[in-house]
Ligand binder design. Sequence first.
Ligand code: NAD
Length: 486
Amino acid sequence: MRTESKNNNPNKLSLKYSESFEDSKHIKLSGQYDLFIGGKWVKAKKYFDTINPANEEILAKVAYANEKDVDAAVNSAEKAYNKVWKNLSPKARGKYIFRIARILQEKAREFSIIESMDVGKPIKESKSFDIPTAVSHFFYYAGWADKLEYACHGKEPKSIGVVGQIVPWNFPLLIATWKIAPALACGNTIVIKPSKTTPLTLYKLAEIIQEAEIPEGVVNIISGDGFTGSCIVKHPKVKKIAFTGSTDVGKYIMRTIADTDKKLTLELGGKAANIVFEDASIDDAVEGIIKGIYFNQGEVCCAGSRLLVQESIKDTLIKKLENRINNLIVGNPLNKNTDVGAINSEEQLDTINELIKSGVDEGATLFQSKCKLPNKGYWCRPSLFSNVAQSHRIANEEIFGPVLAVLTFRTPDEAVEKANNTCYGLSAGIWTDKGSKALKIMRKIKAGVIWTNTFNKFSPASPFGGYKESGFGREGGIQGIKEYLM
Ligand code: NAD
């Protein structure tokens, strides 16, 4: 509901949305989450806290998996692979995955609230994007389970065995689903590790896996830190690693398994160019740019973090963006009107602030939203840098926060050259009125996903992945199937 806020100046009427909180009283979180190994809850030697980054309150204690726990999880996955899952008919595998999809769909509201509390993301995003997209991935790959030969061009599809999956904290359930659903459809068993700061929705998924009566050991969920992840990577019985996270850790994984025959997919960082030509619909572009960089607080691998704008429209576009930034509602993620929530951790907030400072020190011009920030929790004002040079750190490094760097170009060739001037190659956006121009530019940009006159659109049927230091391999679509077959 919109209310008129009291204002002494009658000519300056400001309209404000009243707060509307998602009811979270019914959310059932255990005080403690043990490891999920062999279909059972297994105690660990050590536990750590997972907190709500919007208020710093502890949400639950979570098990820390050590080397022995990783070994137990891998052995349970291997046993389930040999004794049950690889021998099951494809139709039966599909039936189990459909069950997970249906139960998750029924519990979508509960999952959305927990994801928002653990990550800090706005409830409107977890409700309209994270959880429904996760559900659609399960449905999509359930449908593939008995049609795998069509993905293999007539060859007999062969599963790999035990796969190790390691995911980051920005879309914890969704990115896990990109990995779990195709792996199961192809007949593999899984050991998956969520990020230390966001383990809750994966443990809630473990409850669904029990409810769906998935055979014991087919999916094992173990939380921990980088050491836990490295134990999964090094385990000799793990035949494939699917990793989403930072480029540095991706490189470490590549080096670690270089002398093994493990299969590998890496979904890593990005520094996407969002290119706006002077013939674009400016107001549509403004919405796309805002969505491209402030969605999920900018903690998005494919965020449109480098805005390349044609010089003739630079001033108009920046003015409109600044207006729009000032209207973004920043605050409690469970308020249904919130546009930008909390940064996931103090550590990430420090990284973002350090890069913002570097932008100012190197001479770019900083504009930040004038919004009021909550007293507790980790918050960053939506920020925009203009007068950015290609050499600036904010134009090169992945900030993974709500910070947009604006650069300009004069000709289409210059736009392409600047867009490709990055070590990354995950995504890009093009805004123009001319379809032919978009197609021409698209072919010259080295990025795994390119959106035209839109941004951050996902479908389980389309592949997602990068080039260069953004990694290799694809998730989603038929391509996502091939990554989980021999
Ligand atoms: P991160 O690399 O620090 O951690 C990712 C996961 O790897 C976590 O579960 C972590 O515990 C684990 N890990 C850390 N060190 C490890 C090691 N030595 N061996 C094995 N596992 C280890 O990344 P993050 O901070 O959680 O996530 C942010 C990064 O993820 C950003 O760079 C972002 O671009 C990237 N990301 C990429 C995609 C994509 O699809 N390309 C999607 C989301 C996030």
